[in-house]
Design a protein around this ligand. Structure first.
Ligand code: KIV
Ligand code: NA
Length: 265
């Protein structure tokens, strides 16, 4: 079983093989995804929403991200594990960013970090990469800036924002990023970025003309209830499946049907 590396992703782009990425936050789920053959496991700061129940990604801490990431790392035998740098751990200055990235690498054993933003974070990106830590960029609808955007609607529909995104994407590649995520932007713009860059572009709500796709695992498995943006393909409805199983269990307990003869000592 050969470990996926940042170089494998580059080869996949060159060979036209799409990169399959999902988020993961815990050991048990990561084991399943890794065994199924996922290329990249993203320990997303979306853990703030789907694991902790916060409304935004802003509250999750560096310590909490490290806890989630170390759990995922212990499960990943093949997948590349990328860890989100949480809000507040890299925006202050590049030295703070470097220290946060080093903590993630040392304490979680993750293989790379991801952070949001373009030219604003360029110095931090360069400094982290100089320390030997691979960095994945993230442009478009960057959820850590939700209070700046004021809405979760599609980004970069206007020319000015699209041009800024193109400039940011180029800047991140120049800074040495091994890949970038494009979130919720017009498919045409994502295709343009993908054609322009040599590094892999992974989309979420960015159309098909990219080098790979990522989804939040709880959303694609239907664990999250009632979250159905257009870009989401829901493969299961685990909210109903698990709810049904739990309903059975409750019925068995209340009806004194569980435990049975062979389920006791
Ligand atoms: O935190 C996350 O889940 C992400 C993906 C949506 C790219 O950053
Ligand atoms: Na994220």
């Amino acid at each position: 079983l050969k470990r996926i590396t940042t170089h494998s992703l580059q080869e996949m782009k060159a060979g036209g093989e799409m990169i399959a990425m999902l988020t993961a936050y815990d050991y048990s789920t990561a084991l399943i995804l890794d065994d199924a053959g996922i290329d990249v496991l993203l320990v997303g700061d979306s853990a703030s929403n789907v694991m902790a129940g916060h409304e935004t990604t802003l509250p999750i801490t560096l310590d909490q991200m490290i806890y989630h990431a170390s759990s995922v790392v212990r499960a990943a035998k093949r997948a590349l594990v990328v860890v989100d740098m949480p809000f507040g751990s890299y925006q202050g200055d590049s030295l703070e960013a470097l220290h946060s990235a080093i903590r993630i690498m040392k304490e979680s054993g993750g293989h790379a970090v991801k952070l949001e933003g373009g030219t604003e974070v360029r110095e931090s990106v360069e400094r982290i990469i100089s320390a030997g830590i691979p960095v994945m960029g993230h442009l478009g609808l960057t959820p850590q800036s939700i209070y700046k955007f004021g809405t979760y609607t599609v980004r970069a529909k206007e020319e000015a924002e699209a041009n800024k995104l193109l400039e940011d994407a180029r800047s991140l590649q120049e800074a040495g990023c091994f890949a970038i995520v494009l979130e919720k932007i017009p498919a045409k713009l994502a295709a343009k970025v993908t054609a322009m860059l040599d590094i892999p572009v992974i989309g979420i709500g960015a159309g098909p003309e990219v080098d790979g796709q990522v989804l939040v695992v709880n959303d694609m498995l239907g664990i999250t209830n009632g979250f159905k943006p257009r870009f989401l393909r829901q493969y299961l409805n685990l909210f109903e499946t698990i709810g049904g199983a739990v309903g059975e269990y409750i019925k068995d307990v209340k009806g004194k049907d569980f435990p049975g003869e062979r389920e006791q000592y």
